[in-house]
Design a protein around this ligand. Sequence first.
Ligand SMILES: Cc1cc2nc3c(=O)[nH]c(=O)nc-3n(C[C@H](O)[C@H](O)[C@H](O)COP(=O)(O)OP(=O)(O)OC[C@H]3O[C@@H](n4cnc5c(N)ncnc54)[C@H](O)[C@@H]3O)c2cc1C
Length: 466
Amino acid sequence: MSLIMARSMCLRMTAQRIIACQHRWSSTAAEPSATEQPAEFYDIIIAGGGMVGTTLACSLGKNPRLADRKTLLLEAAAGFKPCSTETYSNRVSAISKGTYRLMKAIGAWPEIEATRVKSVLKMQVWDACSDALITFNYDDLSDNISWIVENDVLLASVYRQLETVSSVEIRYSTRMEECRLIRDGADMSTVRLANGNRLKCELLIGADGYNSLVRRSMGVDNFTLAYNQMGVVATLKLAGGAANNVTAWQRFLPTGPIALLPLNDEMSSLVWSTSVPEAKRLLQLDEPSFVAAVNEAFNKSYPKNNIVEDVMKNVNSLISASTGSRLEPPPVVESVMEKSRAAFPLGLGHTSTYVGQGVCLIGDAAHRVHPLAGQGVNLGFGDVQCLTDTLAEANYSGLGLNNLSQLVKYEQERLKHNIPILLTTHGLQRLYTTDFPPIVGLRSIGLTITNALPPVKKFLMNYAMS
Ligand SMILES: Cc1cc2nc3c(=O)[nH]c(=O)nc-3n(C[C@H](O)[C@H](O)[C@H](O)COP(=O)(O)OP(=O)(O)OC[C@H]3O[C@@H](n4cnc5c(N)ncnc54)[C@H](O)[C@@H]3O)c2cc1C
């Protein structure tokens, strides 16, 4: 069902993109006055040096087919900060095999591995309203499902690689204030910086996050939905060490999912999605009360509906013997690292088009998803790989970097992957944010049956984490 919806959305979006290219691109930048300095030229300007923009700069710079092209990376924040060797950062990402392959390809993986990364060999996801569960792992825990990496570690490792690339220039503390896109006869995109300087380029890439100025300057529709939830993050110490802390745990509470991601044998990272008032309350609790709240959220018994219980008993008696899956208790949390608590707003977003003449969007600038499936930045890294390949091919075949039909190939390729993930993630968020018994019953049956079908689980695991 979601694939059919995804396909029709792709077609609708392609049509919208064509209309946008023809009619609706607007520019917010004023025409340069006669007294202004001439704009400096770069082949490619990437606006936004977060994880996705920085990785794209590195990937483009290291591609031999783009070696003759000059790229500028603009980042509003002050220079990149080296990651702490003592304390774990509270911002971590579960990264997929595709991201792992990309990091290897650009040479960043050895440094990530030498700094700090934790393999996830198993995942247990369960429903607080019914205890229905699903587990994911390869046979005998022989392979990683994903890796948990601190965002700072990943960024620092990519940055080190960027230092070796001569075709890429980076400017930190440099905010792009306005952009004027190619249209109405203009042959270059122009960017105006906060200091008044102007730059021009053949291709402007918006990697500037979910409030993207590049996207707004394209004048395209952007579908957004605020979940009215925040993701509370923290670094937690586990009681007695979890000996073999290789499992990612996620429990769906009626108020939102709570997840514990392994960092090492003694520590895990928390991502707890909950209502905005509850998130604020959790941030204000003293440390012992916060730890008690986390342990309660993972273990508290929620009222069960008798009919759902009876149905689940029957389903379980039919299939649990074949799965051998039993609900395992997650590790007990002992303490929370000082100053590691923070909360971030959660929302859904998708732009009606990723590309236009001389402009394109990647990462959260194009799509934003709920963190419950750990997919956000992985989608962005998928964009990086696909855009690098597209631009390398366009450059090699002499088509130019701002060729719309080439950029459309990137868009179509990414829509096929991004939209099903976006719809599935949103569907799960909606499905699990209720304790209405018929919904609890149906989702619990679905989860239990899926858990009993190893080929289906393997397909889901490979699709989501490939
Ligand atoms: C609680 C939480 C947990 C998450 N967990 C996961 C996970 O486990 N796995 C996963 O895959 N994803 C996860 N995500 C999602 C992931 O963090 C995002 O998808 C990712 O950070 C997006 O990266 P980005 O580089 O596209 O955008 P951003 O990180 O938003 O970076 C954009 C950059 O652009 C810069 N910028 C913006 N405007 C301008 C301008 N005008 N001029 C110059 N620079 C500008 C900003 O300073 C910023 O550095 C999680 C998100 C949250 C909130």
